[in-house]
Ligand binder design. Structure first.
Ligand code: SF4
Ligand code: SF4
Length: 460
């Protein structure tokens, strides 16, 4: 089906639809990822402390991370959430079932999640917390394993206390940025006809029926206009008796233009993601060895200073500079909207920029360090095993001459999409081209300076 530049994959691929509707589809994938996740925890706790020889470090922070940020999020949106192992034990306990639909009464206290926390702020703070400690988490297998275990336990505890996937929707630091960046993805789950939903009295996608559960992400598919909070679990595809759920292919970045749902917590997620990409690049690629020492907790007072600066940069400095850019735009072409509205709206310009920065950073990282995966596959604990005969595979950085070209290309694409987004957002505030063009200039300048900063760090 072609609909406003959309292409319904399920109508063209009935086999795909049957597969996504199968109750075993999601649990089978979750079981597979849970096995790898468990191995990552075990190797982290019991394996070698040398990060480059430990499965937990290499497979989580290099292989999984690169797969997530370079492939899954940009091209498949929230598909990682379909297969993510973290909520699996909690969800299966809550449902008292894994594959088939469990008893009507879930195993949970069924407490109410606070209205004040129905947003991304916890996820923002959680991501910042992990980011501040990242040089420790990414290099010390036992710390990394404890963090992964903590995620798993948080999923179980929250499932026991609250209905549905409260952990994924409001707490998971990874889920927050996957949701935000999935605004760009060319895949969306929507309803074919909202009028059918409006007329449908029983709303099985919310209540659930014998075919499946009500939306575990607490979303009403009939109202979906963006990807952020739909976890692509495909329960509604199973439960909707009206055959009204579609899975569309669409142009990149379509959701960025949905004005009515833009929010400050999401805007801050965009700042934090861009700020963290910038600071990681400064610490890991910049010429300041002492800063790497501070980040690596070589002395507690210095790490304290680093952590303070890290948080202040993300929560105050970067948003502060951006505020100035938006203020400049408002001075140049007075808009009817209040400053806060403009600040939030224009912050969505940073989403393509931030994702491009993360992809460029991760591409370099995975090409240089990806070969470690071969040796840890054969010897996951670093105990001298050689399961597949690759334990002695030497570290082989790949594409050393290619990486800068890739990074320039990716960052340029991100900048162009950001500039295009800035102009389109400006057109939502100004009816005519000229004031919109002028209003987009300061924000575009901010995006350009940031991109030049990344290029300076990547190209040396
Ligand atoms: S069950 Fe289907 S038709 Fe009914 S409200 Fe949900 S998505 Fe719409
Ligand atoms: S809207 Fe559908 S696919 Fe998305 S989270 Fe809810 S039930 Fe799952």
């Amino acid at each position: 089906m072609l609909n406003e530049g959309r292409f319904d994959l399920l109508a063209r691929a009935p086999l795909l639809k049957r597969m996504l509707q199968a109750r075993a589809f999601q649990p089978a994938l979750m079981l597979a990822t849970l096995a790898v996740f468990t191995l990552a925890i075990l190797t982290g706790l019991a394996g070698t402390p040398a990060g480059s020889r430990n499965f937990g470090i290499i497979f989580v922070w290099i292989v999984w991370w690169a797969l997530l940020i370079v492939v899954l999020v940009p091209f498949f949106g929230r598909f990682w959430c379909t297969v993510c192992p973290v909520p699996a034990p909690g969800e299966w306990l809550q449902r008292r079932a894994i594959v088939q639909r469990g008893p009507a009464r879930p195993w949970t206290r069924g407490l109410r999640w606070s209205r004040r926390l129905k947003n991304m702020w916890l996820q923002n703070l959680g991501f910042l917390g992990v980011a501040v400690f990242s040089t420790i988490i990414l290099t010390r297998p036992n710390v990394s394993a404890l963090v992964l275990l903590g995620f798993l336990l948080a999923g179980v505890v929250l499932s026991a206390l609250y209905k549905n996937r409260v952990f994924c929707r409001y707490v998971c630091p990874v889920g927050g940025f996957i949701g935000l960046y999935s605004l760009l993805s060319p895949v969306e789950l929507r309803v074919a006809d909202p009028d059918v939903c409006a007329d449908h009295k029983t709303k099985d996608c919310i209540t659930g029926n014998e075919a499946g559960y009500g939306c575990p992400w607490m979303v009403f598919p009939g109202n979906l206009t963006r990807n952020v909070y739909c976890g692509l679990c495909f329960e509604c595809l199973k439960t909707c008796p009206k055959n009204n759920i579609v899975l569309n292919l669409r142009p990149f970045g379509s959701d960025l233009m949905v004005a009515k749902e833009r929010r400050l917590d999401e805007a801050y997620k965009a700042f934090i993601m861009l700020g963290c990409a910038l600071l990681y690049s400064v610490v890991l690629l910049g010429p300041w060895g002492w800063l790497k020492g501070w980040a690596n907790m070589e002395s507690l007072p210095h790490w304290g200073l680093y952590a303070l600066g890290f948080v202040a940069f993300n929560l105050a400095l970067l948003p502060g500079f951006f505020w100035l850019a938006v203020w400049g735009a408002r001075r140049m072409t007075p808009a009817r909207q209040p400053m806060r509205r403009l600040f939030v709206d224009y912050a969505y310009t940073l989403i393509p920029l931030g994702l491009a920065a993360w992809i460029a950073f991760s591409v370099g990282f995975v090409l240089v360090n990806g070969s470690y995966a071969l040796s840890v596959l054969s010897d996951p604990f670093g105990w001298g095993w050689n399961l597949f005969g690759t334990a002695d595979a030497a570290w082989t950085p790949l594409g050393a001459t290619l990486i800068p070209f890739l990074q320039v290309g990716i960052l340029t694409a991100g900048l162009l999409l950001a500039l295009n987004t800035a102009y389109k957002i400006a057109r939502q505030h100004h009816a005519h081209h000229r004031p919109a063009f002028l209003a987009a200039l300061p924000v575009s300048g901010f995006a350009l300076i940031t991109t030049l900063g990344f290029l300076r760090l990547y190209l040396g």
